[in-house]
Ligand binder design. Structure first.
Ligand SMILES: [Cu+2]
Length: 171
């Protein structure tokens, strides 16, 4: 009985090998493309600005530890000056860290999309123009708790902030 089972398992392994070995060329590149597009994302979160204010309409969202998150920022603002991004931090929200990242972003300048090189940054979207939709895919922290996010377009950090909650039972 044990021998039979072993033979069975081995033949499955052989079939598996044969299948993937057959046409490595074109199908491999096609499948890797679709994997990055959809398969790997656990949760999509969409954030918009509050009209033409320097504020997010969604000032909090929750995710589960270690999930792969697609964070979409839909810049529904209409005023030309309302460029925004979303910079997610691996630190709790606080005025100190928002200020450091916000002022660092201004120093980094438009050549760096106003995003500073700072270890507190977990992920960030590109800078968006009004009417533009941008996104970033990242892995949520394993540790439950509160994490800040902030817009680093010059002058926005003081009011344009929010909290990402990492929790075992996300809403
Ligand atoms: Cu902004």
């Amino acid at each position: 009985m044990r021998n039979l089972l072993l033979v069975f398992v081995m033949s499955i392994a052989l079939i598996g090998c044969g299948g993937s070995g057959d046409d490595t060329g074109s199908s491999a590149s096609a499948s890797s493309e679709s994997e990055t597009a959809s398969t790997s994302v656990d949760r999509t979160v969409t954030i918009t600005p509050e009209g033409n204010q320097m504020r997010y309409a969604e000032t909090e969202f929750s995710v589960a530890p270690g999930e792969t998150i697609r964070l979409v920022f839909d810049n529904t603002a209409t005023a030309p000056s309302m460029q925004h991004n979303v910079v997610v931090l691996n630190e709790p929200p606080s005025r100190d860290v928002f200020q450091r990242i916000g002022e660092g972003g201004m120093t980094a300048g438009s050549a760096n999309a106003y995003v500073p090189d700072d270890e507190a940054i977990l992920a960030y979207t590109p800078m968006s123009q009004p009417g533009e939709k941008v996104e970033v895919v990242f892995t949520a922290p394993e540790e439950t708790g509160e994490y800040g996010y902030v817009c680093t377009f010059p002058g926005h950090w003081a009011t344009m902030t929010g909290t990402m909650r990492v929790t075992d039972s996300p809403a």
